[in-house]
Write a protein that binds this ligand. Structure first.
Ligand code: ZN
Length: 282
């Protein structure tokens, strides 16, 4: 299924989807009422399982059957068949888009349309799943920056209550120049973690006073964050920022992951830390 659907499920599992009750806990007060039924508090549990609109899309009542929302998700996604996980994903996506149509476009939700949309989604995924399984695409690899420039790969990893980041600077031969890793407390959103990781890396690089041209690479594609980060980057030196696939970013990923599990932060120059030493032939 498409990444946007996986992202929705992931945000549900982490309870970070901006339903009104979650916004209230972030001190954004726009009322707590469910936009679909107008009766109950809009929690994830209510919106996706208990609301009359949701029950209509499921075609069932008492969806949770006494379970809390988290164990319901674990049960369906973790233990049942692929088809059942697809159904859950299609129902969630259908409810979430109908809910956003109500909130942002004042559109009256129609259960018939919703059920049709749900079936269509499942059919599309099934077809895509059947067709795409055997194709193995060549994974992109790290590409060296132009001569006399450095490239800094940045990545973030989520762990327990917070996030960690790792930044690795290499020269145009791919040789290790420097690395930095650190913790970011209280960050639970992966996009925010990546954005803050890049911000940390930029701040660190700025403090090094490297009078050189740099190429910065990090796993993020959204325009707004790029603009925000470019405004920090602008007064360092000539910097270009781009998104790369994870396979081309493994060294930064490795250090970010190790930092999360070891709860250790650090800065290294000339000799890479043990957790990423295998990436360098030194
Ligand atoms: Zn409701």
């Amino acid at each position: 299924m498409p990444p946007k659907i996986k992202n929705l499920l992931w945000r549900c599992a982490r309870n970070v989807l901006p339903v009104r009750d979650n916004l209230r806990s972030k001190r954004v007060w726009i009322g707590r009422g469910c936009p679909m039924c107008g009766y109950m508090v809009e929690t994830l549990e209510h919106l996706f399982c208990d609301c009359v609109f949701g029950e209509g899309v499921w075609g069932a009542v008492n969806v949770l059957q006494g379970r809390d929302f988290a164990s319901f998700l674990t049960h369906v996604i973790g233990r049942l068949s692929v088809e059942e996980a697809w159904t859950l994903a299609a129902v969630f996506w259908t409810i979430w888009t109908a809910r956003n149509d109500v909130v942002w476009h004042n559109k009256i939700p129609e259960r018939v349309n919703a059920s049709e949309q749900m079936l269509r989604l499942q059919l599309t995924w099934k077809e895509a799943y059947a067709v795409q399984r055997p194709t193995v695409r060549h994974a992109p690899e790290w590409i060296s920056p132009p001569c006399y420039t450095v490239k800094c790969n940045v990545d973030a990893a989520l762990s327990g209550e917070g996030a960690s980041f790792g930044a690795v600077v290499r020269d145009h031969n791919g040789g290790f120049v420097a690395a930095k890793s650190g913790q970011m407390d209280g960050v639970v959103d992966p996009y925010m973690a990546e954005a803050l990781g890049v911000k940390e890396a930029l701040t660190w690089l700025k403090a090094q006073h490297h009078k050189t041209y740099g190429v910065l690479v990090f796993p993020m594609s959204r325009e707004q964050r790029t603009v925000w980060l470019m405004s920090i980057a602008r007064d360092i030196w000539s910097v270009s920022v781009s998104h790369v696939k994870r396979t081309a970013n493994c060294v930064a990923h490795g250090i970010a992951r190790a930092t999360g599990s070891l709860a250790a932060s650090g800065v290294w120059f000339d000799i890479p830390p043990a957790c990423i030493v295998n990436y360098f032939n030194q």
